[in-house]
Design a protein around this ligand. Sequence first.
Ligand SMILES: [Zn+2]
Ligand SMILES: [Zn+2]
Length: 133
Amino acid sequence: MKHTRQREAILRELEAAAEPLSAEELFARLRDGEPAIALSTVYRNLERFCADNLVQRETTGDGPVRYAPARRHSHYLVCTQCAARVKLDGCPLAQLEEGLARDTGFSIEGHSLTIYGKCPRCARKETKETQKA
Ligand SMILES: [Zn+2]
Ligand SMILES: [Zn+2]
């Protein structure tokens, strides 16, 4: 019973968050709530949710792994230098998924897409350094 309530609280918090959360951020939001949840419990549940495709992992640059509900996922442009993140509008793969499901008969459960590059600031810095050399 206690486990079910913890599980529900973690999922609810992820759904409520506007942005994907790391396990620590999630823990910070849940710490003062009911039921009490340990950081290890947050980790364990997140792993389970990922295995069940309820939650999606988002890895960006050097930052911590963040988690978001799989249904309402987002994609990012990530700077490989400073780890700046830009959220993409919507999901560019939604239509592709529909077509794939139709053509292959797969029941599609999710996908991940992160685009890497250098943000304008880091790109400018690099150009300057190249000119100096
Ligand atoms: Zn950058
Ligand atoms: Zn997507």
